[in-house]
Structures are given as structure tokens and as C-alpha cells.
Write a protein that binds this ligand. Structure first.
Ligand code: F6P
Length: 454
């Protein structure tokens, strides 16, 4: 069996210090453990040494490099998070176009190629992850690598007319043709990619995902990422989750809990969600005191101004909503800026009557899947899901909403809270079965099988 080489901006292989890993990390770790191989990436630290630091723990080897401060600013804060992230999430107004960012992005990808290439053996399968590393495959080919190279995009692929606003869009997409297989989260992002290839590159789309441009044929597939459903369910009924569940039940005092859990990011639609919840409170006075929204939003990417702006806005909005609606013994919105371990979240999800997942644009959104996995089959909560989350292609029995519309969100909250047990069960069951069937191991197997097939 070929070894697997995983390359991503952040390395989440287990270490002696790391606590519980996320679902993606668990799946990739399992794949690395069974095939052998290495997980390469940035250490998250600023430093001048480019020699990778190898560490093996629990049967999995990771190798990390530090990045000089200028690289962090131009590659991670800059091109990744101020150019590609907003553009790929359809936010042209927030997208910054700086040549220095682009230069830093290419430089870091080239250095990664130089550092990693000597450690790749002839038969290794190489799997590169996400928008931070699009040109890495091209740099690896420059170093003479002939291995099977795969790339998976965790975020949306933008429409052609948006992507062409990027000054070097064609160069970026051409670099993708260094890979043998490219994976997208949904059929929709795959189709928008096809559209670019046909319109801008004169490419041809063949059968079974084949794409040919200028004599080079690669495969592009839709391969939605899943969660480790079994582990998450076990979490949801374990001791940490049970204690979080009890804490929520006690502090709810019989009120229905609506839960939102998101990284504090403008793509998550938190402002719009608060507006929708406010609309619900305005139009359902009878529900006051009987319901509350718990929004957990750990801050992220705080060195980027647009993230500081959204945090300030939400601080102000949460204060305004509570100021306008709270009573001496009822707070309608609990807004919490810290993260919680996954088992604790599982317990909170299980205690919730409604899961509110309303991103304006999201590659997949695993919170939606985790919410479903954590529910009690005999008394499941209701998922309200944005039509613009990648997971909406699979979770069609959710209450699907337009996250831009406060009325849509308010109506869905009212409908979810009034839903009969029978309807809740009949909506939850097929979503749950799908999550168990298309879990994270299914995803790694599907991608790696496509990558290994010549
Ligand atoms: O899902 C997209 C993504 O960029 C992941 O690659 C990353 O792990 C996550 O969001 C969190 O972002 P960051 O690594 O910038 O904190």
C-alpha cells in the first residue's frame, strides 16, 4: 500500500500536548496510521528555520516548519485570509488585492515544495489541502515529482465572474492542473469550476470527472467531507457531554434552547442571524421568556481588520437585543466568545430544541452534521440550515432558509419550535442515516481511491 503524504496549512496530527482532535484530523490520522506517511504544514509559529521538525506520536509522523513574520503577514493573513477567503466566499467588497500578498503566497508555497519534496518517496500518494496551498502541486512538479498528487478544497469555489476579479486568476487555476485529482465539497462548486475551465480556458469536460485543458487531463470530483459520526455520538452520551447537557437543562429552566456555534467569521452570517432572531422576538411576544438563543462564537483571525469589525458589530448587536427584550428574569441572547471541547458541544447540541446554522456561504459546515449526530433519536431537535451551506446539498430534510432574510429565519424558528415529535423524527432520521453512511472515513476512502486510480 502506498504511503500517504498530507500537506495542509495547519497540522493537526496528534502530539503529546494535543487534546481531542477534530473529525478531519481524526480521519487523516487514521489514514496516515494505516498507510504510514507524514503530515506536513506550518507550525503556526514565527521563525526563520525552514528545516522541518519531525515528531512521531501514536503511530503518526508530523513535520512542521516555522514561517518568517513577513511570510505570515503576506501568505496567511494576506493572500489566504484577505484575498482568497473573502473572494471564494463571494465577498468581493472585503477582498484585498495586493501584489505583496500574492508574492508572499507563491514564495511560501515554493518554500514548502522545496522543503517537502526531498521527503517524498516514489510511490507516495500526496494529498494537499485547501486554499492556502493551491500552487504547491505545481512547485512539487517543478522539483521533478511524478507522484499522484491530489488537492481538496474545503471552501466554496466561486463563480467565474467573481473569480476573474482576481488579477492572477488564470495563473492560480492553471496551477491546479499540476494535480491528478481535485476534490470539491459539493456538486455546485464542481460545476462552477467546470464553468471557469470551459469559459476561461477553453477546456473540455469529459466523462467520470475528466477535464482536459491544452493536452493535460485531470479528474475533478465532488466529495463532501463527513464527520466521525460514531465518535461524535459516543461523545454525545459520554460523561463530559452528559454534564454539559445537565448544565444546559438546569440553566434553561424549562425554556427552549436555540443553539448556534460558529468561528467568529463574517461568512457565518451571524449579523443576519441576530437580525432574524430579533425579528422572531418582535413578532412572537408570546414566546418571550420561553426561549433563548445561545450563540457560541470563538474569535478567529484577529489580526485581520474585517474580523475585528464583525466582532465589534456583534458585541453591539447582542447588547442591543438584550437591552430591548430582556426581562429581570430572562436574557434572550447568551453570546459567548470562547470555544468548547467537542464532547461539551455534543452535550449542548443534545440539549437544544433548535440548531441554527445560517452561513451566508460555507464550503460544508460540519456543525450542522454534528448537531444531527448528537440528537436523541426519541426526541430530536430541529436543524435550521442555510441554503448556502455546502451541507444543504445533503441535509435536505432540514428547514432550509435564506440566511439574508430575517423573516425567513424568524418563520423557521417559529416553525421549528412548534414542530410535532413525529415530524421532528421523520426529518431527523434520513439526515442521521446519511451522516453515518457518508462519514469522514467514507470521504478519505473516496478521495484516496480516486487519487490512487491511474
Ligand atoms: O475550513 C476552512 C479553514 O481555513 C480550515 O482550513 C481551517 O482549519 C479553518 O478554516 C480555521 O481557520 P484558520 O486555520 O485560519 O484558523
Amino acid at each position: 500500500m502506498s504511503r500517504l503524504i498530507v500537506i495542509s496549512n495547519r497540522v493537526q496530527a496528534p502530539t503529546e500536548e494535543s487534546g481531542s482532535q477534530g473529525g478531519l484530523a481524526v480521519a487523516l490520522t487514521a489514514a496516515l496510521r494505516s498507510t504510514g506517511g507524514v503530515w506536513f504544514g506550518w507550525s503556526g509559529e514565527v521563525g526563520e528555520t525552514t528545516e522541518p521538525r519531525f515528531a512521531t506520536f501514536d503511530g503518526v509522523t508530523s513535520a512542521t516548519v516555522d514561517l518568517p513574520e513577513q511570510d505570515v503577514e503576506e501568505y496567511y493573513d494576506g493572500y489566504a485570509n484577505r484575498t482568497l477567503w473573502p473572494l471564494f466566499h463571494y465577498r468581493l467588497g472585503l477582498t484585498e488585492f495586493e501584489r505583496d500578498f500574492e508574492g508572499g503566497y507563491e514564495r511560501v508555497n515554493r518554500v514548502f515544495g522545496d522543503v517537502i519534496a526531498p521527503h517524498i518517496e516514489a510511490e507516495d500518494l500526496v494529498w494537499v489541502h485547501d486554499y492556502h496551498m493551491i500552487p504547491l502541486g505545481w512547485f512539487l512538479r517543478q522539483r521533478g515529482l511524478t507522484n499522484r498528487l491530489g488537492f481538496f478544497l474545503h471552501i466554496p469555489w466561486p463563480p467565474t465572474r467573481l473569480l476573474t476579479a482576481l488579477p492572477q486568476h488564470r495563473r492560480l487555476v492553471e496551477a491546479l492542473f499540476a494535480y491528478d485529482v481535485i476534490g470539491f465539497q459539493t456538486q455546485e462548486w464542481l460545476e462552477t469550476f467546470h464553468d471557469y475551465v470551459v469559459r476561461e480556458m477553453g477546456g473540455a469536460i469529459g466523462e467520470d470527472g475528466e477535464i482536459t485543458v491544452g493536452g493535460r487531463t485531470i479528474r475533478a470530483i465532488a466529495c463532501p467531507i463527513g464527520i466521525d459520526a460514531k465518535e461524535f455520538m459516543a461523545n454525545a452520551f459520554g460523561p463530559e457531554a452528559s454534564s454539559a447537557f445537565d448544565r444546559m437543562v438546569t440553566s434553561s429552566m424549562g425554556r427552549s434552547l436555540i443553539i448556534g456555534v460558529d468561528r467568529l467569521d463574517y461568512s457565518k452570517g451571524l449579523e443576519e442571524r441576530f437580525n432574524g432572531y430579533q425579528r422572531y422576538l418582535e413578532t412572537h411576544e408570546d414566546a418571550h421568556s420561553n426561549v433563548y438563543l445561545l450563540q457560541i462564537a470563538p474569535p478567529s483571525r484577529a489580526s485581520v481588520q474585517s474580523y475585528r469589525d464583525i466582532r465589534e458589530k456583534l458585541d453591539a448587536m447582542s447588547g442591543r437585543i438584550n437591552g430591548a427584550f430582556a426581562d429581570i428574569d430572562w436574557v434572550p441572547l447568551r453570546y459567548v466568545n470562547q470555544g468548547y471541547p467537542r464532547p461539551v458541544l455534543a452535550g449542548i447540541y443534545r440539549a437544544a430544541r433548535v440548531g441554527l446554522v445560517t452561513p451566508l456561504r460555507d464550503g460544508m459546515n460540519l456543525v450542522a452534521k454534528e448537531f444531527i449526530a448528537a440528537q436523541d433519536p426519541e426526541d430530536p431537535g430541529v436543524l435550521i440550515l442555510s441554503r448556502f451551506a455546502g451541507s444543504a446539498e445533503q441535509l435536505q430534510e432540514a428547514l432550509i432558509v435564506n440566511p439574508y432574510s430575517p423573516d425567513d429565519i424568524a418563520d423557521a424558528i417559529a416553525r421549528a419550535l412548534a414542530m410535532t415529535l413525529d415530524e421532528r423524527k421523520s426529518r431527523w432520521r434520513p439526515m442521521f442515516d446519511g451522516i453515518v453512511k457518508h462519514d469522514v472515513s467514507w470521504w478519505t476512502d473516496k478521495f484516496c481511491t480516486a487519487l490512487a486510480a491511474d
